[in-house]
Design a binder for this molecule. Structure first.
Ligand SMILES: Nc1nc2c(ncn2[C@@H]2O[C@H](COP(=O)(O)OP(=O)(O)O)[C@@H](O)[C@H]2O)c(=O)[nH]1
Ligand SMILES: [Mg+2]
Length: 291
């Protein structure tokens, strides 16, 4: 077919391919979420529905892109780790990054009503994205440890700050001054002695963020093992997490996860098993399995 005289402009396009044999991390972060959270009345310091919506959007991304071996989220950010040998889109960085971030964003909007029944979405949220390559397993672990440490530091600060403001009657400025130069131990002490709050007893999702990994779990309906994306709120800085879930760095198939019988399965998992419907106002509604 004859080419038009304009065809030459294609030569200006560049193909940015990511280095082989490196872990690929795509991190997305909400644009101006300080404002977005205020406009949508997010609970301070943590809004469970907002975090659950982030987890839902991330699980949609992970379900679509099977080469994601782990995702980690906290606050308005999510990191997606792609297996180091992925050939996804020929390892074209911008293509991977933009697909992941646009699917995340559209899923966030698509599922908004499911998590915020009373609050209408007032304007379209946006998420930026970046790609980072990590050549060694240790680099990747250190990256994820950095994000989880960030979650802990921010959450301890925010929990104390909002206790001082909402329960202690301080203004934002006064609370900020009070916390200036304090250590973690000081914040723990303020929470304990002034607000009768033991920080250790705060919800794990707030303290640790959310780790999404692929596991097989026994369906409570018929006991057969099913592959699911499992949300965990555990310490990933310690070796223990990586020993328990050694298939992640080894890039092996998902292992069976023994979910403790006494605790209910998270709704994110129930919906994947087609045996539950997520309804924030009611108990989980068990419906017939469809597959
Ligand atoms: N109230 C509330 N705010 C949140 C929550 N999660 C995230 N945010 C807000 O989102 C911001 C995220 O930080 P950052 O990305 O640095 O700020 P941004 O540039 O405004 O998006 C936080 O500083 C909070 O203001 C939440 O669960 N509750
Ligand atoms: Mg942000």
């Amino acid at each position: 077919m004859a080419q038009s005289k304009f065809e030459y402009v294609r030569k200006f396009e560049t193909e940015e391919k990511l280095l082989p044999n490196c872990w690929i991390v795509v991190r997305i972060d909400g644009r101006a979420f300080h404002q977005f959270s205020t406009k949508h009345n997010f609970k301070k310091p943590n809004d469970e529905s907002a975090l659950a919506l982030m987890n839902k959007a991330a699980s949609v991304v992970m379900n679509e892109f099977k080469d994601i071996v782990l995702a980690y989220g906290q606050s308005d950010e999510y990191s997606f780790v792609l297996r180091k040998d992925t050939a996804l889109y020929n390892r074209r960085g911008p293509k991977i990054m933009t697909y992941l971030s646009s699917l995340f964003t559209s899923s966030y909007v698509y599922h908004w009503n499911q998590f915020f029944k009373e609050t209408k979405l007032k304007y379209p949220p946006a998420f930026d994205a970046r790609v980072v390559l990590y050549p060694s397993d240790q680099n990747l672990r250190d990256y994820l440890s950095w994000r989880q440490a960030d979650c802990h530091i921010n959450n301890l600060y925010n929990t104390t700050f909002w206790a001082l403001v909402l329960k202690g009657g301080l203004t934002n400025n006064e609370a900020e001054k009070r916390l200036c130069g304090t250590l973690s131990s000081d914040k723990n002490e303020i929470l304990f002695s002034e607000f009768n709050t033991n920080y250790n007893n705060e919800p794990e999702m707030f303290k640790k963020g959310t780790i999404l990994i692929r596991k097989r779990i026994k369906s409570p309906k018929h006991g057969k093992a099913r592959l699911v994306i499992l949300p965990l709120h555990e310490d990933l800085i310690q070796d223990k997490f990586w020993e328990k879930n050694s298939e992640i760095l080894a890039i092996k198939t998902a292992q069976l996860y023994e979910w403790p019988e006494e605790s209910p399965l998270p709704s994110l998992v129930l919906s994947q098993l087609h045996i539950g419907e997520f309804d924030r106002d009611k108990e989980i509604v068990i419906i017939e399995e469809t597959d």
